[in-house]
Design a protein around this ligand. Structure first.
Ligand code: NAI
Ligand code: MG
Length: 346
């Protein structure tokens, strides 16, 4: 049995996470979800985006499933919940998979998530300000090893994207990436970040596992999402040594919240990445999503007229038809007793 913390957040966060939970519950009895609160409402009560007691509990879980929270521009002292969680749980690797669901292609980006230019060591002086682009041996090694593992799993290679021709920190990073990849037996190609942006626009699908520093990775991974067709379908995983957090990349989308039309696919694929991380079978969800997208009615962001719920049920039906369920007796009993929500509340 795996224990998963759920932070649904606000806006469309709960709408898409409920969809993801429904999909997970329809294929496995091995996960128990525990809900936690976080964000602005918690901050108003306790002065922090998530309480220390909740963080204690969450650290003991196997994984976290996260929706999205609104970060107001004008709330003094408030720090974004997802950034707080990345730091508190030391989620050093960010893996973003940008799928072309209609053609079965993917862009895979591994972003170093804990140091680089976001090291948090910046300082403002009277007449200047400085940020520190920190690359440590430990940080570089662990992210290179992470990228190498993803590349191996996919029978692929790493494209290390850097500015080592100018930046001392990337020269150091580069040396370690090549060292680790040699040890791991993974091929490394490389590209200079500025000209690489053009490749990522024109010819995005053939770069293996793209690996980069925190700020570069942030920019590249946002740029790459244009190839997905909608921001609503892109999943991401944030991995630490002992826990990982999965979330759709989109935010709380206040403009469509409450209308029941949010695209749930990003959250559903995030749950699929979570199942893979836990050693369960996330592929089934990916296959079902691809198959549904090829023929089903989609949400308005993808040119359709479907609701969140219709897409979710369509994907669940697709899972069943591609691969009939083999749920155990105990699980079916729980469902009969109404303890497992197989349907979302309408
Ligand atoms: P956003 O991703 O919430 O929305 C951008 C645009 O994409 C909007 O037009 C929205 O309707 C659309 N969109 C997003 N997700 C969609 C989905 N699943 N289905 C259909 N359409 C979708 O980004 P925005 O507007 O910049 O931020 C809104 C709020 O979310 C802000 O308060 C921001 O701080 C927060 N945010 C939170 C994140 C997190 O918690 N991880 C990440 C990004 C933003
Ligand atoms: Mg970003």
């Amino acid at each position: 049995m795996y224990r998963v913390a759920v932070i649904k957040g606000d806006g469309i966060g709960p709408e898409v996470i409920n969809a993801a939970i429904e999909v997970v519950n329809s294929i496995t009895s091995k996960i128990r979800f525990y809900e936690f609160e976080g964000g602005v409402e918690v901050f108003k009560r306790y002065g922090v985006p998530i309480t220390e007691e909740d963080l204690e509990q969450i650290r003991k879980m196997d994984a976290v499933l996260f929706g999205a929270t609104t970060t107001p521009f004008d709330l003094p002292g408030y720090k974004s919940l997802i950034i707080t969680l990345r730091q508190e749980l030391d989620l050093y690797a960010n893996l973003r998979i940008i799928p072309d669901l209609r053609n079965g292609r993917e862009i895979v980006i591994v972003r170093e998530n804990s140091e680089g230019l976001y090291s948090g060591q910046g300082r403002a002086y009277e007449d200047k300000a400085v940020d520190v682009r920190l690359i440590t041996r430990r940080g570089a090694e662990r992210i290179a090893r992470f990228a190498a593992r993803i590349a191996k799993d996919r029978n692929s290679f790493i494209t290390f994207v850097h500015k080592a021709n100018v930046l001392t920190s990337d020269k150091y990073f580069r040396k370690i990436v090549f060292e680790v990849a040699r040890e791991e037996g993974v091929e490394v190609r490389e590209a200079i970040v500025d000209s690489f942006t053009i490749k990522l626009v024109r010819n995005p699908w053939n770069h293996g596992v793209i690996l980069s520093e925190n700020l570069f990775g942030d920019i590249l991974s946002d740029l790459a999402t244009i190839h997905a067709g909608s921001i609503g379908i892109v999943p991401t995983g944030n991995y630490g040594e002992n826990i990982a957090l999965f979330e759709p990349i989109h935010g709380s989308a206040p403009d469509i919240a409450g209308k029941g039309i949010a695209n749930p696919i990003g959250a559903i694929l995030s749950a699929a990445m979570m199942l893979d991380y836990l050693g369960l079978d996330g592929r089934r969800i990916w296959d079902a999503v691809r198959s549904y997208v090829a023929k089903g009615n989609l949400t308005p962001d993808m040119g359709g007229t479907a609701t969140t719920m219709e897409v979710t049920r369509g994907i669940i039906a697709e899972i069943h038809s591609l691969d009939p369920l083999d749920l155990d007796e105990m699980w079916m009993e729980e469902v009969r007793l109404g303890r497992i929500p197989l349907r979302m509340d309408e």
